[in-house]
Write a protein that binds this ligand. Sequence first.
Ligand SMILES: *Cc1c(COP(=O)(O)O)cnc(C)c1O
Length: 372
Amino acid sequence: MKKRDYNELAAPGVRELMPYTPGKPIDELEREYGVSDSIKLASNENPLGSSPKAIEAVRGELDDLWLYPDANGFYLKQALAERHGVDTDCITLGNGSNDVLVFLAQTFLQPGLESVFSQYAFAVYPIATQMVGATATIAPALPADHPMPLGHDLRGLFDRVGPDTRLVFVANPNNPTGTWLDGRRLKDFVGSLPPHVICVVDEAYTEYAESDELGDASTWLEEFPNLVVTRTFSKAYGLAGLRVGYCLSNPGIADLLNRVRPAFNVNSLALAAARAALDDHEFIERTRSTNSEGLKTLGAGLEKLGVKVIPSAANFILAGFDRPGGELNEALLRKGVIVRPVGNYGLDKYLRITVGTPAQNERVLSALAEIL
Ligand SMILES: *Cc1c(COP(=O)(O)O)cnc(C)c1O
């Protein structure tokens, strides 16, 4: 029988799609390389694990796994509404905030329409755009010698917005660069966009910010009906494995997003864990202070090795080297250290390293010292 080329049958946007490149799981590394005692600093996970309150909440749900989850996530939405001072009808829950980013593309983009985002912005923006056959318009990042090297250029983003633009994606701080935007400047930018353009401010790492400089876009929702703010429980809350995130917007936008959202996209364990984690202020505080120390140690250690360190307001560092990142990554894997090569972003001589525990930070620094 003739083998069919299913590529021909696929929707045009899907044909050219490059799948998201995840960090290598520890099990896979140990299977493939025959090493043990490995560490993973590749996916910006919380090195302290999960909020103990969230784990307890998950245990409390285990007897009810045979029931469908609450499709409307009533209790989690109520807690989020209270936290952000918004109505529950402003909230859309996602299976991770990745889910919400896809809903935004499915809701507002189609062939002939455009999204605008920065070079070196989060990899899901181009994937979500392309998936629905829309066009990604990319604004060059700030130059490497700028005080915010490789960061978003708001002027450049604004200049690329046109009549066919429906979404602008801005990550603050951004992944994989760790760079950030001044909150007041970002707010002016949102205010300057024409009403047919929805600005998505992705605040996946906002809990890590140490100063008020970045601002809190969730407090601008009243002012800007075309603003959507995305948040996640995957990063500081330490619940990446459960997949839960959300966005805040005006109710009109949330209503549309909830129409494309699969009814049971957030499972019962995730709903319970997220709700409990939200109140675990002690865990978030410990997470923040561990990261703050770790950022300093890791940054200083890398600089001592002659590595270029891009400033970061998140829980990872983009590190620039004098040789291909892929090569260094291979050498690190052999030493049981998983970091993230970022060649897929066009950053061939860089690695993205998640801030770990003090011991993990020492381990990656000494492994790099040996290799370099
Ligand atoms: C990790 C990340 C997300 C969200 O991941 P989820 O696990 O899907 O919530 C969103 N945006 C950025 C910039 C990220 O780095």
